[in-house]
Design a protein around this ligand. Structure first.
Ligand code: ZN
Ligand code: ZN
Length: 611
């Protein structure tokens, strides 16, 4: 009987393991989180063959008492949780307790550990869930877990693994994120002979970000912080010019745990508003501290998707912190220094392709990031990297405005270039504006305001507009008529597949009514879910673009000057609602340098200009 019982335990461990341990990166994550829980200040990770041959995690934390060593491998016998109720209170990362047992069920595991209070440490060897050996050993305080032959008894799982590069990039990705969440711990990650990451553990997020994403990115990150009664937020967010095509470069950490949460991603992006190019995403590291009672991390075995109470309040706080931070910046790109440094990072996409090209790309990124580690350490040994200093000493593009500085220059119109750009001067330099982008910004702020008012002022149409749609579209539209009504468009059903519009809001652009309504309806049909706020926003952008002067359009000097003056009055004069810059600047100093009126032998840009 006892034997049968043991077998069934092993079997159920294997099944449970499959849920927690999907790939080598899951092992790394679980082991590193355990090391973090043990209050380590140093965690060294060595892997061979992207973790398939070997994964070793060594920490200098509290260690495990010899007697408790075998217990550490039993499911649900974790020291961290006593009752189900405790599940909601624990702050520790590896609280599920299944991690070690799961790993031991599907691999060959050797765990060596020593505490401060015992004369010697001990070592236990487990394979496929069975303890093979336990003995005393002399080791320093801390724990080393070595995992070999992962998935040796679950070959089906092995088949699901992707390429070497994909598995490696997933490991690097999770270690990167944990390192950003724990800047007080010195991490190192070595794959075969290659150093993939090294952090100092000196509690410096800028430096950690430099180690991971490269120095040029770290210099374009803004520190943010804020709090309310429930939440404390701090971290780094990229300047609006530094963007990526995916959300993968956003790292959210709650109480030190890397999590995924769609709503919080959205809140973060909302903080950028129209400063961000459409379809682009910032780089960000957001550390959130909150009462663990407000988190239910026990949703998914890998714990990355969490449910939050007060999610909306947290989202609003995050949006406001970022919005306020960006509002303090003067975001006029410097014409000459506007060379966005786009450096690839080691962050894997969940649906990364495994064609040869992608594999090559992944490995290249990994190697180049390693080079930056040394460089980053060399350049910033001192602990803080204040963003202002960083900006004045580098090739950064934006300047933070001090309170004494006017936010936006007083521009005097000079000339129009190719019917598309406006040349203007101010005390501090020469400015070039994109007339469409500038007017779009002005109109956008006007329409956003008007649409937001939901005034009932309607204008009658001389000839009602009848709009027909295909069956499926008409069905969706019927359902979403209230959304249109919320911004003042009273579309009435007119037969099964047709609708009629007899009036339009007074703020509507007069000669564009039908096209505008059609575009709004397209938006509703395309997007399954659209909040009123999003709909208003999209409509304002669409109308402002549609009604703004295009390129190749002559402006009279008074019209051009009026445009400059109106732009200065907007809330964000720096970008069009799509995120494009409205203007660029050549500072007086730049002009002087260009014409060699002043010489700076150390300025490398001189060489470039001469090219
Ligand atoms: Zn436009
Ligand atoms: Zn635009």
């Amino acid at each position: 009987m006892a034997k049968i019982h043991e077998l069934s335990t092993i079997l159920s461990d294997q099944i449970a393991a499959g849920e927690v341990i999907e790939r080598p990166a899951s092992v790394v994550k679980e082991l590193v989180e355990n090391a973090i829980d043990a209050h380590s200040t140093q965690i060294d990770i060595r892997i061979k063959d992207a973790g398939l041959q070997m994964i070793q995690v060594t920490d200098n934390g509290e260690g495990i008492i010899s007697d408790e060593l075998p217990l550490a491998f039993k499911r649900h016998s974790t020291s961290k949780i006593a009752t189900r109720n405790d599940l909601f209170k624990v702050k520790s990362l590896g609280f599920r307790g299944e991690a070690l047992a799961s790993i031991a069920a599907i691999a060959d595991v050797t765990l060596t550990s020593a505490t401060a209070n015992e004369p010697t440490g001990s070592c236990v060897h487990i394979k496929g869930g069975k303890i093979l050996n336990q003995q005393s050993v002399a080791v320093r305080q801390g724990t080393t877990v070595e995992v070999k032959d992962l998935f040796f008894n679950t070959p089906a799982r092995l088949k699901y693994l992707r390429s070497y590069q994909t598995e490696l990039s997933k490991i690097v990705d999770i270690v990167n994120r944990l390192a950003m969440g724990h800047t007080d711990i010195a991490f190192s990650l070595i794959n075969d002979q290659n150093l993939m990451l090294k952090t100092t553990g000196r509690h410096n997020l800028s430096q950690t970000v430099a180690n991971i994403y490269g120095i040029s990115i770290a210099k374009k990150m803004l520190p943010i912080s804020g709090a309310d009664l429930d939440f404390k937020i701090d971290g780094l967010v990229s300047l609006p010019e530094v963007t990526r095509a995916s959300r993968n470069y956003i790292s959210l950490l709650i109480n030190g745990r890397y999590i995924k949460n769609f709503q919080l991603n959205k809140a973060l992006i909302a903080g950028y508003g129209s400063k961000l190019m459409i379809g682009r995403f910032p780089i960000a590291v957001i550390n959130i501290q909150m009462d663990p009672l407000l988190v239910d991390a026990n949703v998914h075995p890998t714990k990355q998707e969490v449910r939050l109470s007060k999610e909306d309040a947290l989202g609003n706080l995050l949006t406001n912190i970022i919005r306020q931070k960006l509002a303090t910046l003067n975001l006029i790109p410097d014409a000459l220094r506007h060379q966005p440094v786009v450096k690839p990072q080691i962050t894997s996409s969940p649906d990364i392709n495994v064609d040869t090209q992608t594999q090559q790309l992944t490995i290249d990124e990994a190697t180049s990031a390693t080079d930056d580690v040394a460089l980053a350490m060399q350049l910033h040994e001192d602990d803080q990297l204040p963003i202002n200093d960083a900006i004045t000493t580098t090739t950064a593009t934006y300047h933070t405005a001090s309170t004494s500085q006017p936010r936006f220059p007083q521009l005097r119109y000079l000339a129009q270039v190719h019917g598309t750009y406006l040349l203007a001067e101010a005390e501090d330099g020469l400015y070039l504006l994109d007339q469409h982008a500038a007017q779009e910004r002005i109109k956008y702020e006007f329409y956003r305001e008007e649409i937001g008012k939901v005034s009932n002022a309607q204008q009658n149409l001389l000839v009602p507009i009848i709009i027909d749609y295909a069956n499926n579209d008409a069905l969706i539209l019927h359902e979403r008529l209230p959304l249109l009504r919320d911004i003042g468009i009273y579309l009435e059903p007119f037969g099964q597949n047709s609708f009629i519009l007899r009036t339009h809001p007074a703020w509507f652009p007069e000669n564009n009514v039908e096209a505008t309504v059609r575009e709004m309806i397209d938006e509703i049909l395309q997007k399954g879910k659209l909040t009123v706020a999003e709909f208003r926003e999209k409509t304002a952008i669409m109308i402002s673009c549609r009604t703004s002067i295009k390129a190749n359009h002559h402006l009279e000097p008074q019209q051009a000057q009026a445009l400059l003056d109106d732009l200065a009055k907007t809330a964000n004069p720096f970008n069009c609602p799509h995120g494009r810059p409205t203007l660029v600047k050549f500072s007086n100093k730049d002009l002087e340098k260009m014409f060699k009126r002043i010489q700076d032998p150390h300025d490398t840009r001189d060489a470039k200009i001469g090219d």
